[in-house]
Each structure stands twice: as C-alpha cells, then as structure tokens.
Design a protein around this ligand. Structure first.
Ligand code: F6P
Length: 550
C-alpha cells in the first residue's frame, strides 16, 4: 500500500478506535490476572551468535493481543518490511541525500554479497577491518612506537556526534575488556576546556590522536584537531613526527591529506554510513585499540546477529519491530512525548546519551517521505541515566508525575565486578525488578490507609501504577551483547521512522545553527566593533558578550 500520512492508513484508524474504546483504559495488572500466559506470550528471547541470550519482556506494556495484531497490521500497511529489505539491499532509502543506508554492511562478518550501486562492499569493509586489526594490535603490543621510540599509552579520539558518542559509549561499556595501562580519551566539545583538560597530563611522546570525522569538515573536530597538532608540535617540533601520532578515520581523503595526516594512516568508510551509525566502521578504531580486535569483531557479530533476526523473523516475533511498534502506540495514541532508557549498569552510563543521537537525530522530523508535513507526532524525546542513581533523581516524576513515560530498563544477570559475594549485583537487580513492578502495580488508597496514612497525606502516597516498562535482561554485557543491544535500538528506531513515513537518515535540522554560528563567529573577531544586525535579543547578547569578554 503506498501512503503519505500514516494517520490515513486503515490500521492507524483502527488503532485510534481501539484506543478510544478500550486502549486508554487498559490495565496491565488486570491483564496479568486474566492471562497466566501473558509473560510467556509478550516476552521474546534473542539468541546471539555465541549462544548467549537476551530476554526482552514487553509484558508490562499497555498492549494486548488485539492491539499487537493491529500494530503489526500498521507495520504491514506502512511497508516496514519493504523498506527494511530495501535498506538491506543497499537501495538509496536516504532520499534527501541520495544515499544508501548500509551500516549493516559494516558488520557483515559472514562476508555475504552486500552491494551498493552494483558494487559489493564486503571486501572493502573487510580490508578496512584488517587494517584496523593490524594497527590496533601494533598499538596494543607496543610495536607501534612514538617519535622517541616509546610505546603508546594514551589514545585521544577527537570527533563529535556519531564520531564521538559511539566510541565513548562502547569503550565505557566494555571497560572490563580493556588492556591495563592503555587509556582512551575523547575530545568533542569546541569549548577549549575539553581539549585543554584532556591533554594537560598527557605526554606527546606516548599519545596517539585519532581524528574521527566522516566529512572531515566539522568545525569542532577540525579546530580541536588543529589545537592537538599544535600541542604535539610544541614538543615534537618536526612535522614528520605527525605520522606516528595522528591517524584519521574519515570518508574524505582530500581533507585528511590537507590536514597533514599521511593517508596511509587513514581508515576509510563510505558515505552510505550515517554518522550516528558509524561506530561499526573505522570510527570504532579507538574501541578496537582499547578492547582488542577480537572483541571488536564479536561486537560486530552481535549486531550482525540482530540484523539477521530483524530481516528474517516474522513481524509478530520480531524483537525490534515489537519495540518500535509499541513506541508508536504510546507516542501517537497515548500522547507520550518521551522514552526513558535506564540501564541498571554503571558501565552503560553513556548508553542513553548515545541513544539520544540515534533516536532524536533520526526521527526528529516533521516532513514525510512524501514531502508534506505530518499531522501526527514523530520522534520521541529519549532520555536516561543509569539506575539506581536515576531512582534518586527523576524517578519521582516517572512514578507519580502527570506524564506517561514509557521506560526501558536494562540489566545483565552477571556482573563484571561481583564484589562482596555479589551483594552489589543482587541489590542492583532487586531494584531493576522492583522499579518495573512498582510502576505497574502502584499502590491504591486502601493500601496506603492500611499502612497507617491518614487524612491529607493519603493522596500523596498513592501510586497510580499502570506505567509501562520494557525489561531487557542480558546474561552479561559482553562485546557481542552490546553489539546486539545497539542494533536492537537502531532497528527499533528504523521501524518507528518507517511507520511515520519520515526519512530517518538525514539530519538537515543541524544545519541552520551551524551556518549562523559561522556568520556570528566572524562578527566576534573584533570585540571593539558592536554588531548592528540580528534580532534585538541576539544583538543585545552579542554586544554584552563583547563588552564582558575584553
Ligand atoms: O551535526 C550532525 C552531524 O552531522 C552528525 O550526524 C554527525 O555524527 C556529526 O555531525 C559529526 O560529523 P562528522 O563525523 O562528519 O564530523
């Protein structure tokens, strides 16, 4: 069925009707009481390539068989499978940039034929991976020497957005696999503090900079890279030493050469890799150096296994499809504005930040693939922090606030740090289970009174419950499991975008600010000259800045 607005699809209308007649009053606790099979029916176990498993429990969501069947129908009518197949066939589904969306080809470890424009990508991708393997092993073993013959102790990745968030998040998440004595650092912000604080205690003789930029034109990255080069040359003096201390991760060989990096030290990828999907590419070099290439390879294979599941599993059992459709149900029928992701895992502390770019840069659009404005909500506001910390900050609002906040909780059964006879892990796990249960069952007035509360205090202690959560339980956060989790969210985001009929792969919305910053940058060159252009607020702020900056 070809369509423009999702809201015109028959299944959308049927869902609206279901929501109006019964969906809005659905009580998940009652659904459990009625159906003893509910947990089995609404939870799915993903088996990874290495046999490890991840359980996705959707049973605490505000859905039943009928809603799920209608959501599947919506996916069918919206052509989710067709778009998915087009993506995996290397078709240019990123229409506004005329590009394929082929990050799946980066984790094609089976080396299947995956072609773009009739050209297979498998060999080219594998060649870059082999280069990454060789280079990462040289750095890790100490064979790669700095300009004074010393081994590398510190790797600094300079990049922003997808050229930063993926490597930061993954190196943090997989710290347990790191090589002792080898440190990674990340510089992204144009704020000089970021680079200054990072290099402050580093030794240029033992520092390797990875300049990570798909385009190699991003202002923040180029400026930070130049400052890094200057810092390095202050001590190293000779530009010939740059070759041992700077590598580029980019699609743009011309700009890399202009910067002064030998293209032998360039790790390339193609423009069919979107920035926010690039951690699987050469952009992941800091990860490969930090955790070792074999672990990086497992990370890719974990994602590849989810790709296979996403491609081959019928919609009703397809885990990312279910995740995406349930999100649409909340966003478009319950009017939910947000999606909370709380990992019960300190190593995953940057996971929500990573997912913010993935989800919000992908689906923060209001024009359809048919070039008209949507008349429904799209991109959800994704946020999160690791629990249990989050419980002691914003969970109050999740439990008793006025907004519906569909939440994902993530836990691994096995900790990398089972200290105190696993006491910490058991406490962490008990909170993971308790939060989801509390959000679902709540506490009514009667219970509150039974516990001794009286008078005006009673309503303050009531929990409405019926607040939906998806619990994701992995056996352990291994490289493979992490690869799978990221790919799960990538495809979930894809499904949302496919249903909303938006292009989840461009990011025009970041352009306007970039252009204006360039103009204003020029105006800030001389603080003695007042600006006359701009709206009165911007003009007033700039002139005040100039006065105070002197
Ligand atoms: O500003 C948005 C963006 O284009 C992201 O999509 C991308 O991840 C980031 O900038 C960095 O871009 P690059 O890797 O080209 O420096």
């Amino acid at each position: 069925m070809s369509f423009n607005l999702a809201s015109e699809l028959p299944a959308w209308k049927a869902l609206q009707n279901t929501y109006d007649t019964s969906g809005k009053n659905f009580k998940v606790a009652e659904a459990f009481a009625k159906d003893p099979q509910r947990f089995d029916k609404f939870s799915k176990t993903f088996t990874n390539f290495d046999g490890s498993k991840i359980l996705f429990d959707y049973s605490k969501n505000l859905v039943d068989d009928e809603v799920l069947a209608q959501l599947i129908k919506l996916a069918e009518e919206a052509g989710v499978e067709k778009l998915r197949d087009a993506m995996f066939a290397g078709e240019k589904i990123n229409t506004t940039e005329d590009r394929a969306v082929y990050h799946a080809a980066l984790r094609n470890r089976a080396l299947k034929v995956m072609a773009v424009d009739g050209k297979d990508t498998a060999k080219e991708v594998d060649d870059v991976l082999q280069h990454m393997k060789e280079f990462s092993e040289q750095v890790r073993s100490g064979e790669w020497k700095g300009y004074t013959g010393k081994a590398i102790t510190d790797v600094v990745n300079i990049g922003i957005g997808g050229s930063d968030l993926g490597p930061v998040m993954v190196t943090e998440a997989l710290k347990a696999y790191a090589k002792p004595g080898l440190y990674v650092h990340f510089v992204s912000n144009i704020d000089g503090t970021h680079i200054a604080e990072t290099v402050k205690d580093l030794n240029p003789e033992t520092t390797l900079f990875l300049i990570a930029s798909k385009t190699f034109t991003t202002a923040e990255t180029c400026t930070n890279a130049n400052s890094a080069k200057k810092w390095f040359l202050e001590k190293a003096k000779d530009e010939a030493h740059i070759a041992k201390h700077f590598a580029a991760l980019s699609t743009n060989a011309t700009e890399v050469a202009k910067f002064g990096i030998d293209t032998k030290n360039m790790f390339g990828f193609e423009n069919w890799v979107g920035g926010r999907y690039s951690v699987w590419s050469a952009i992941g070099l800091s990860v490969a150096i930090y955790i070792g290439f074999d672990n990086f390879n497992d990370f890719l294979k974990g994602a590849e296994a989810v790709d296979k599941h996403f491609q081959e599993t019928p919609l009703k059992d397809n885990i990312p499809v279910l995740g995406g459709l349930i999100s649409v149900w909340y966003n478009n029928f319950f009017g939910a504005q947000t999606h909370l992701v709380a990992p019960f895992d300190q190593y995953l502390h940057r996971f929500p930040a990573y997912l913010q770019q993935l989800s919000m840069e992908s689906n923060g659009k209001s024009v359809t693939r048919g070039n008209s404005f949507t008349n429904y909500q799209t991109g959800t506001i994704l946020f999160g922090e690791p629990a249990t910390n989050a419980q002691h900050s914003f969970f109050q609002l999740v439990h008793q606030g006025t907004k519906l906040i569909p939440s994902d909780f993530i836990l691994a059964a096995q900790s990398h740090n089972p200290i105190e006879h696993n006491l910490h892990q058991k406490m962490l796990a008990s909170n993971f289970f308790a939060q989801a249960e509390a959000l679902m069952v709540g506490k009514n007035e009667e219970q509150v009174k039974k516990e001794g509360a009286t008078g005006d205090l009673v309503p303050h202690k009531v929990f409405s419950g019926n607040r939906p959560t998806t619990s994701i339980l992995a056996q352990k956060i291994t490289p493979a499991a992490l690869g799978s989790l990221i790919a799960y969210y990538e495809h979930l985001t894809f499904v949302e975008g496919a249903v909303w009929n938006i292009n989840s792969f461009d990011q025009w919305g970041v352009e306007l600010g970039k252009v204006l910053a360039k103009v204003i940058g020029k105006e800030l060159e001389d603080n003695s000259v007042k600006v006359e252009s701009h709206d009165p607020s911007t003009k007033g702020l700039i002139n005040q800045f100039k006065e105070w900056a002197n």
